[in-house]
Design a protein around this ligand. Sequence first.
Ligand SMILES: [Zn+2]
Ligand SMILES: [Zn+2]
Length: 200
Amino acid sequence: MSLFSIVIFLNTGLFSKERNPEMGIVLVSIGEIDRNVMDWLKNDLNKVFGQQVFIEKGMAEPDYAYHKKRNQYLSTAILNALMEQKDYALYEKILGIVDHDLFVPELNFVFGQASSKSAVISLTRLRQTFYHLPGDQNLFHQRILTEAVHELGHTYGLGHCGNPRCVMFFSNSLMDTDRKGSEFYPSCKSKLKKFFTHHP
Ligand SMILES: [Zn+2]
Ligand SMILES: [Zn+2]
């Protein structure tokens, strides 16, 4: 091998990001999560974002985030715990999935929360049975995808959108979630495209 070819070899190894499996989205179950949910998400998020999606070893139940008075879990505490894990930091984006009701101090509840790299979503309020209605697996699946795409959208720099049919519209209730669905409308889609052009 000539010196020249060694240099080329090093270059492709170090700088070809598209070959680096650690540049995608990682899914992390926090506490007990149905494996089907993780598999749906892996498959569907790959289609939506065109990025590789991985499932990493999950985290334990987030007892540290539990607030007895509210009988809810502080989403910020879970988000911080996700960001502190070195194994997940290798990936470009981290999505935690938890099956406990989440809150932030200013709100009664949140469906999820995001920072610039990590996001967390809760499954609890996405089930029909939470509202004493008959279970609906398809609707549950669709809602999980909508919330996951919304929170990941924030990690890619998108803010809330004024279009009630765009996934980046703020969900005050499940009615908003069900109406908007998991698709980006054109203005958000083009912002997302710009992100991927600048961060290939
Ligand atoms: Zn939001
Ligand atoms: Zn939008």
